[in-house]
Ligand binder design. Structure first.
Ligand SMILES: C[S@@+](CC[C@H](N)C(=O)[O-])C[C@H]1O[C@@H](n2cnc3c(N)ncnc32)[C@H](O)[C@@H]1O
Length: 249
């Protein structure tokens, strides 16, 4: 069913924060995507204008909330961008292993029901050498700030589409078998959930006894349709082989 009111208000409520901070962060996160790219929890498509379609080769976005998704689709049309917007959840991505060179998430891991599963899925769908680019608001490292986050959590979750303000997302990213290679801590003034992180993570390959990637196999839930090898389905509007990855971190 989703959150119809949240979807209607989302862009308007975020507008001043977009101007103050988020537009710059989106440029750094989405603007660095290369090759076959997946965005999880695209919301209203606020990152879409920031992708560089000279470097991105096929952009697929997933968004489970139908009200948000309709807005993302409308934005892609308005911008004239070839973006495929699918109804899917980050915890069960409908793509084969290694399908993407870049996965992007902004302000999403605070909201997904099971961030650990979502991040294992991110890792699974990343190709060797692929990058996860993220910007999230996170748990406050300061005791007083954390107490404040805990205090506002019930009201915040109700108002902000199920968002939890106090998750330790950097730890969750590492726990999923991704190595953070770039990390910036940001503290936004005039914003109720101030601590944010922006960064880039890469897949850490771990060879099993037979030389296979053991953690990738372990990350794959046996119940999922793509647990068995699937023929490669190239997602995105413009199926293409991976683009060169110029000087990535
Ligand atoms: C705060 S919004 C952020 C939207 C957008 N990424 C942005 O930066 O503006 C969080 C989004 O995550 C989506 N979401 C919630 N649960 C999800 C899940 N399990 N998988 C993928 N997206 C999810 C919500 O529907 C919502 O659109």
């Amino acid at each position: 069913m989703g959150h119809p009111v949240f979807a209607v208000l989302y862009d308007a409520v975020l507008f001043p924060f977009e101007r103050l901070y988020y537009a710059r962060q989106r440029r750094l996160v989405a603007g660095g995507a290369v090759g076959r790219t997946l965005e999880i929890g695209a919301g209203t498509g606020a990152n879409f204008p920031f992708y560089d379609f000279g470097r991105v080769r096929g952009l697929t976005a997933i968004e489970p909330d139908p009200h948000m998704r309709a807005r993302a689709e409308a934005r892609a049309r308005r911008l004239g961008l070839p973006i495929e917007v699918l109804d899917a959840r980050a915890e069960a991505l409908p793509f084969p292993d290694g399908a993407f060179d870049t996965v992007v998430a902004t302000l999403v891991l605070c909201t997904v029901e099971d961030p650990a599963s979502a991040l294992r899925e991110v890792r699974r769908v990343l190709a060797p050498g692929g990058r996860f680019r993220f910007m999230e608001h996170v748990r406050d490292e300061h005791h007083a700030g954390r107490r404040f986050q805990e205090f506002i959590t019930p009201a915040w979750r109700a108002m902000a589409g199920g968002c939890s303000p106090a998750r330790d997302t950097a730890a969750a990213i590492r726990a999923a078998g991704l190595e953070i290679v770039e990390l910036e801590h940001l503290r936004l003034a005039w914003y109720p959930v101030r601590p944010h992180i922006r960064g880039v993570a890469r897949v850490v390959p771990q060879a099993g006894a037979d030389g296979s990637d053991a953690t990738r196999a372990a990350a794959r839930p046996a119940s999922m349709p793509h647990a068995a090898p699937t023929p490669p389905r190239t997602p995105g509007a413009a199926p293409a082989p991976p683009a060169p990855r110029p000087g990535r971190r």
